[in-house]
Each structure stands twice: as structure tokens, then as C-alpha cells.
Design a protein around this ligand. Sequence first.
Ligand SMILES: [Zn+2]
Length: 244
Amino acid sequence: MTAYKIHVIDVKNDLKNYIWLIEHTASHEVVIIDPTEAQLVLDYCAAHQLIPSQIWLTHWHKDHIGGIPALLATKEMPVYGPRAELSKIPMITLPLDQHSKVEFHDLDIEIIEVPGHTLGHIVYYIEDLDAAFVGDTLFAMGCGRVFEGSYEQMFHSLQRLAALPIQTKVYCTHEYTLANAKFALSVEPENVALQQRADHVEHLRYLDQITLPSSIELELATNPFLRAESVDAFRHLRKLKDTF
Ligand SMILES: [Zn+2]
């Protein structure tokens, strides 16, 4: 396998979005994942001599797709996204479901369907990079709100991610880690791994540094939503968090 590098753009918007880029270093071509907006991406690519080459979308929410028209206006490129959300994201040129195979140079990308936050939400899992781009399904010590699917669907989606190899790095779309740590500590105050992680995260945020990516191993130890043992337990936690 040739070399790849993962970049992050901090959008610094109210929702604290991150835009992740995967660079094929030999060609400088990049995949742009969930472009909140375009100008930051274009400026970043110009500054680092990167060539926008594909767009990947996890779900239809505006803060994940807002930059597509302006990116496409600068250059034609394929737009991958969930087949189930095609009506909401008409810019998709290559609709995906769990049977789809995506390729970027010599990377094989697996599509995992994770309904719950939205009904069509997908995750891009790349075994060769030990990386999962999880959108708004899994967050560091947290998970996305259940907007469209059922609690049962979201529980199973999270369990599917929990079953990935533990060394898998988790690339979430928002910097919600510190607030999630506070909630997690409120429900698992005795969890030592969680206490240590919360201290570390607080320090990182004090320095204005990113807290991501996480890993499946770290989430299994510290994320109450992944640790929930039943749909009922998950629903209870998610409802508590909604009003925390
Ligand atoms: Zn969302």
C-alpha cells in the first residue's frame, strides 16, 4: 500500500465541525469528507498543495454538505453519499449502501450503514488505515442525537462500530468531547479510565487543541453509550443526555 496522510480542518463554527481530508501522498490528491463549507477547504488545499479529488458524505445535515456546490464549481469530482438520502442530497453522483465498494487509489473502503442519527447515515471504514469516519454517529465519549431512526436502530449501529478492531481510529465530525466527558462522568463517576481521559481532554481544550481522533479501544473504556448493555439502557442514557 502506498502512503496516505489524514488532515483536519477546524471550521471554528458554532457547531464545532471538523472537515477530514485523506491525502494520497504520492499524487497529493485528497478526499474531502463532509465539507461544511468550501472556502476553508480550498484555502487549506492551496496552502498544502493538495488536489481535491473526491467528496464523501456521511449524512444529509446541512453542516456536512454545505460546501459541495462551491467545491464543484471549482472542479468536477465524484460525490459519494448514502443512497437512502439521495432525495435530500441531489449532488450525490455515486450513491452508496453497505454492498458498495469505494476505492481511492489502492485503498478499499467499506461502507457501514448506521441508521439512527439520520435514517441513511453511513460510516466509511478503511481497514488499511485503521480508520473509521463516523460522521455524527459516534463521538468521543458520546453519540449523535437520535433524530430520525429509533433508539433500537441507533443502539445496533453503535454496537456495530464497537465491534470494529479495537485499534481503529475514530474520526468524528464535531469537537463535542469536553461536554461529552462531563455527561459521561455524571453517569460513571467511578470509571478511572474516564476520569483520566476527562482530565486529559480538559487540558487539550485549554490549549485549544483537537481531541480527535479517538479509538474504538478508548471508546469501549470510556463511552457510556457504547458501554450500554441493552436498548433500554441506551435509551435511558440518550434521553438523560438530551436534557443534560
Ligand atoms: Zn448530523
